[in-house]
Ligand binder design. Structure first.
Ligand code: KG4
Ligand code: ZN
Length: 349
């Protein structure tokens, strides 16, 4: 059983390391440090440039790991487990983390565990909320994924629905760029939407209706096109920008929260988990809490644990290490790693 786990995350454009230590009477994992270095270089390109990301990870990772250990007050010799994101993500970026983690594990005879990035996002609220336990419904919304999961137990993930085209975060980023807000679009749209009048524009709520096999599926690419048409039709974009941001955000959040609510009610569970970068949105959290009031508690991590970070990876790795799982020296980075324990199922089956 590992007592000190070092987490490493390099799947996209954040170089991150974190230390979890067994604490308290129940020896539950506590976050001792979390370092997140965001790669600013991509901002001038309006999106992540994979080759630049790999090089930046390579340059920064050793210092980021040292800093995480120093802030935790833990020597490398005390680390007995290393958890690293093995996929999905950018192949070259992932590889930097995996190779470094393997080196650390091999050199100190430490346990090694490869973690699925989205399982990390799922575990994020558990870092701050040790009482959080399945069963629950989880809505994971990031730049690459939109997943609605029924989670009867940690490690068992029944896929209720996912996106048929763009991920929710990807839609925020594309609309952010249509509105000239730079990358990433999500936080800028949320800020601007606060000044927007919700009645000025109305965008479609794709696939919001129940039934027809799409009750839990998502589609955001048509919505992005609707915003594009509205931007082209505008005679004063400076005047309309906050209203467009507001109408777009309202449409996305309405779809997300409607499907989350539907799944929670069908399951009878009392907890709903929000995870992934889009779960940094205070507007999303407020709407979910409002819609689920009296039905389920909304569990969500603080923003630094929702955007890509090694704390969530260490926590998911901790869970698997505690079950006795280990990765061996053949662990490889996989750009399209499938979520372990994923089952295709309807609620109640
Ligand atoms: O999970 P994450 O950090 O990286 C991936 O695994 O993709 O998610 C990043 C995504 C970006 O698309 C970003 O625009 C979105 O999360 N995001 C937000 C907000 N903050 C970040 N989307 C909407 N509102 C926000 N406040
Ligand atoms: Zn992520």
């Amino acid at each position: 059983m590992a007592e000190v786990v070092l987490g490493i995350e390099t799947s996209c454009d954040e170089t991150s390391a974190a230390v979890l230590v067994a604490g308290g009477k129940r020896r539950t994992p506590e976050l001792a440090s979390l370092i997140i270095l965001s790669q600013d270089v991509h901002q001038v390109f309006g999106g992540v440039v994979p080759e630049l990301a790999s090089r930046a990870h390579l340059a920064a990772l050793p210092a980021v790991v040292d800093r995480a250990l120093a802030e935790a007050g833990v020597r490398l010799s005390a680390v007995d487990g290393v958890a690293v994101t093995a996929g999905p993500g950018l192949a070259g970026a992932l590889l930097v983390g995996v190779v470094y983690a393997k080196g650390l594990a091999f050199s100190g005879d430490r346990a090694l565990i490869g973690v699925h990035h989205m399982e990390g996002h799922l575990f994020a609220p558990a870092v701050e909320d040790p009482e959080l336990e399945p069963p629950f419904i989880a809505l994971l919304v990031s730049g690459g994924h939109t997943l609605l999961l029924d989670v009867p137990a940690w490690g068992r993930y029944r896929l209720l629905g996912q996106t048929r085209d763009d991920a929710a975060g990807e839609a925020f980023d594309k609309v952010g760029s249509l509105l000239g807000l730079g990358y990433p679009g999500g936080p800028a749209i949320e800020r601007l939407a606060r000044e927007g009048d919700p009645s000025r524009f109305t965008f479609p709520r794709p696939m919001i209706a129940e039934g027809g096999g799409g009750s839990y599926e998502f589609s955001f690419s048509g919505l992005k096109t609707a915003v594009l048409h509205a931007v082209r039709a505008s005679d004063d974009l400076d005047r309309d920008r906050p209203h467009l941001a507001r109408a777009f955000q309202d449409a996305v959040l309405d779809v997300l929260v409607t499907k989350l609510d539907r799944a929670v009610r069908a399951s009878g569970y009392r907890v709903a988990v929000l995870g992934g970068g889009v779960a940094c949105s205070r507007a999303l959290i407020a709407r979910a809490a409002e819609r689920l009031a009296g039905t389920a508690r909304v569990a969500v991590a603080s923003p630094r644990l929702n955007t890509d970070n090694a704390g969530m990876i260490a926590r998911a790795g901790w869970h698997r290490l505690a079950l006795g799982e280990r990765s061996d020296w053949t662990l490889d980075a996989s750009a399209d790693l499938p979520l372990p324990g994923l089952e295709l199922a309807e609620i109640g089956t």
